[in-house]
Design a binder for this molecule. Structure first.
Ligand code: DQA
Length: 145
């Protein structure tokens, strides 16, 4: 069961960036914990600061993988192209945000991608990725395996 965790812009700086908002742990470190916690899942990880690379990755895995956890970072609030890519693929996408975007600036309250996602997990810190995997681990897709 292949699952992709896809992180967008500035999320390579987790653990360094605005620690009061995003915490002090690097994603790579947390990913090792996730792999240990979900030994039956084949977890792939990809991060890019470039919108088109995120879209290419969605196209690449979006017809074969069981699920995608996507934290599109600030592209969440700007990218019709990423929203269209999610609509174009078959693999269910779960939108993740580490911070509670609804408790932050107004411009973070709107997501272009939510309506094309299976669901959204917002504001639980890095734990949100684990919650997404719990869901996908039990999810029985119609066509994808
Ligand atoms: C974020 C929230 C976005 O508004 C922000 O631009 C990010 C991170 C989050 O995980 O809380 O880069 O997606």
């Amino acid at each position: 069961m292949k699952i992709l965790i896809l992180n967008g812009p500035n999320l390579n700086l987790l653990g360094v960036r605005e620690k009061s908002v995003y915490g002090s742990r690097s994603f790579e470190h947390y990913l090792e914990e996730l792999k240990t916690a979900f030994p039956d899942l084949e977890l792939d990880y990809y991060q890019s600061n470039i919108e088109g690379e995120l879209i290419n990755k969605l196209h690449e895995v979006g017809f074969t993988y069981k699920g995608i956890l996507l934290n599109a970072g600030a592209y969440t609030h700007t990218s019709i192209a990423i929203a269209d890519a999610i609509a174009a693929i078959e693999t269910p996408v779960i939108e993740i945000h580490i911070s509670n975007v609804y408790a932050r600036e107004e411009f973070r309250h709107h997501s272009y991608i939510s309506k094309n996602c299976k669901g959204c997990i917002v504001g639980f810190g890095l734990e949100g990725y684990r919650l997404g995997l719990v869901y996908l681990n039990n999810f029985k897709p119609k066509k994808l395996g």
